[in-house]
Design a protein around this ligand. Structure first.
Ligand SMILES: Cc1cc2nc3c(=O)[nH]c(=O)nc-3n(C[C@H](O)[C@H](O)[C@H](O)COP(=O)(O)OP(=O)(O)OC[C@H]3O[C@@H](n4cnc5c(N)ncnc54)[C@H](O)[C@@H]3O)c2cc1C
Length: 507
């Protein structure tokens, strides 16, 4: 989509014109019959109030999810996006990457059409330099059989126990944590049911937890990838991340046209409900009146009035002052040592490969020690090839204090290619200019290149993420740096949580 305004659909324009022509009084008669009864109730109760104007800063997954819900509930929604395109970090996601937690998106779209989806059968192929491979597929029985052939019957049973544990964690956490607006660390001790279902072992590092199920380091290495999905080290991330394997077993869905097709559909749905999107438009300050949010100042000097602002910008950037002093007071700054990892991404000359091929180094944990403790690229990185067209390694998010020297990038590329070559795969890079943490910092200032917000390091880190409602009245947050965390589905949930808080404040 081109820069500037993206126009709402013709029916949405007509609906907005009707709203304007009745002096801000919204009549349910004017509404699309697609609105559900909840939205209708909200609108009926706000009939005698002036329009509720909401600015959403950022057209990432979280911002778009919030816009879909708020526009459907009859709010006046304007999305301001600094970049010339929609999608934020989803733009960097290789098209072969799928989405999980489909019900989250089905609830967002309601009766509207989502792009076509295909359930992925082969979730990831793992490869080692001695030629060993292990496919993890969609199906616990098939995986248990493959793991039995890979490492013996005890490992097969270990996998079944691991899968059951991941399911238990997900079921214990879904309602009281993931889908709750303000999960408190104290909930762990006060919510006896949740604590009983989790057990104390849930708080141990993932790497240690995996040892209870898998004697073979290679199997621990495979299932430790759950931490990498959220830019964390399995040596520090909590064992609760075992639930990611369970979530994947509920379905990884490839979107026809890639995740950007989903982004476009979310934007189209929000606009069909009346939302407006302005691309190439950066917000630089939150303006207050009487101690609450009254508008947004743009980089071009314009001031837009708003009754509420939802920032989809990285919480770290807000804490660092990129949305002005008042916003920074409401969002804690994120110290560099608490950031999640960044990445280096090369384009490959396309080859026929599974959606995910992961080349794993012989030494399973050295990579994380180098990334996390030494803040440098790993000497032996693991390499993720997506759809045979992109190659990715993890990188420290320290561009502000420790920029990566060009020779470190060259050495990292050589190590990654050597790892794949040892496993029998020679990849040619399309160009020698990868996307680096520097590029991500330019796109997401104030983050050091971190792609997943605050790292999930330590059992309490997940409870320390900022939540949707801030201490500044009328100012809300969403996105992967806020609760419940990073990833497309979690960012979408965060958008829903923010939209609900806005509507709670003004039903
Ligand atoms: C390489 C890569 C691979 C990934 N793979 C997966 C995967 O397989 N599965 C998965 O679930 N997740 C994956 N992710 C993570 C996923 O893409 C993100 O967690 C998710 O897209 C983040 O969405 P968000 O709501 O945080 O918004 P963001 O993507 O952070 O977007 C925020 C938007 O706000 C805009 N913005 C910021 N400040 C301002 C301002 N002041 N004014 C106006 N606009 C502003 C930004 O330009 C940006 O467009 C991957 C990410 C990357 C980078």
């Amino acid at each position: 989509m081109a820069a500037g305004y993206i126009k709402p659909s013709a029916p949405a324009m007509a609906r907005m014109a009707r709203w304007q022509s009745c002096n801000g009084i919204i009549s349910p008669k004017n509404l699309s019959n697609k609105l559900d009864s909840f939205a209708l109730h909200r609108l009926t109760t706000s009939m005698n109030q002036p329009p509720h104007r909401i600015c959403i800063l950022g057209a990432g997954i979280g911002g778009l999810a919030a816009a879909m819900l708020l526009a459907a509930a009859g709010r006046e929604v304007m999305i301001l996006e600094r970049a010339e395109t929609l999608g934020g970090k989803a733009r960097a996601m290789p098209p072969a990457h799928g989405i999980t937690m489909l019900p989250v998106f089905e609830a967002l779209f309601g009766a509207a059409a989502m792009p076509p989806l295909t359930r992925q059968r082969l979730l990831a192929r793992h490869l080692w330099s001695d030629g060993a491979t292990l496919d993890i597929v969609d199906g616990i029985q098939a995986n248990a059989d493959a793991i039995g052939r890979f490492a013996g019957p005890a490992a097969s049973q270990g996998y079944r126990d691991f899968a059951a544990r991941g399911q238990r964690y997900f079921e214990a956490l879904q309602k009281p944590f993931i889908e709750t607006h303000r999960p408190a660390a104290t909930a762990l001790s006060t919510n006896a049911t949740m604590m009983r279902r989790l057990g104390l072992a849930a708080l141990a590092p993932l790497w240690e937890g995996l040892a209870e199920h898998f004697a073979a380091p290679r199997l621990r290495q495979v299932f430790a990838r759950a931490a990498c999905c959220v830019g964390a080290s399995p040596l520090q991330a909590p064992a609760t991340l075992m639930m990611i394997s369970h979530i994947e077993q509920q379905g990884v869905w490839q979107v026809e046209g890639g995740v950007m097709a989903l982004v476009e559909a979310m934007a189209a749905h929000a606009m069909a409900q009346g939302a407006t999107i302005r691309l190439g438009t950066e917000a630089v300050d939150i303006r207050l009146r009487g101690g609450r949010v009254a508008g947004v100042a743009l980089a071009n000097g314009e001031i837009l009035p708003a009754d509420a602002v939802i920032a989809n910008a990285d919480a770290a950037a807000i804490g660092a002052g990129l949305l002005g002093r008042e916003a920074a007071k409401a969002v804690p700054a994120l110290p560099a040592n608490k950031r999640s990892f960044s990445a280096i991404i090369w384009r490959l000359k396309p080859r026929d490969m599974p959606a995910q091929s992961i080349f794993l180094p012989d030494e399973p944990t050295a990579e994380f020690t180098e990334l996390h403790y030494r803040n440098r690229l790993a000497t032996q990185p693991s390499l993720q090839i997506s759809g045979g067209s992109t190659a990715m390694v993890m990188a420290p998010a320290r561009t502000d204090t420790r920029p990566l020297p060009p020779e470190a990038l060259t050495a990292c590329a050589a190590a990654a290619r050597a790892l794949a070559a040892a496993a029998g795969h020679n990849f040619e890079f399309e160009d020698d200019v990868p996307q680096t943490p520097d590029d991500f910092t330019r796109q997401y200032p104030g983050t050091g290149g971190a792609l997943y917000g605050q790292a999930a390091h330590g059992w309490s880190a997940s409870f320390a993420r900022p939540v949707a409602r801030t201490s500044l009245p009328g100012f809300y947050l969403c996105g992967g740096g806020t609760h419940p965390g990073a990833g497309v589905a979690m960012a979408a949930i965060s958008g829903r949580l923010a939209a609900e808080r806005v509507m709670e404040n003004r039903p």
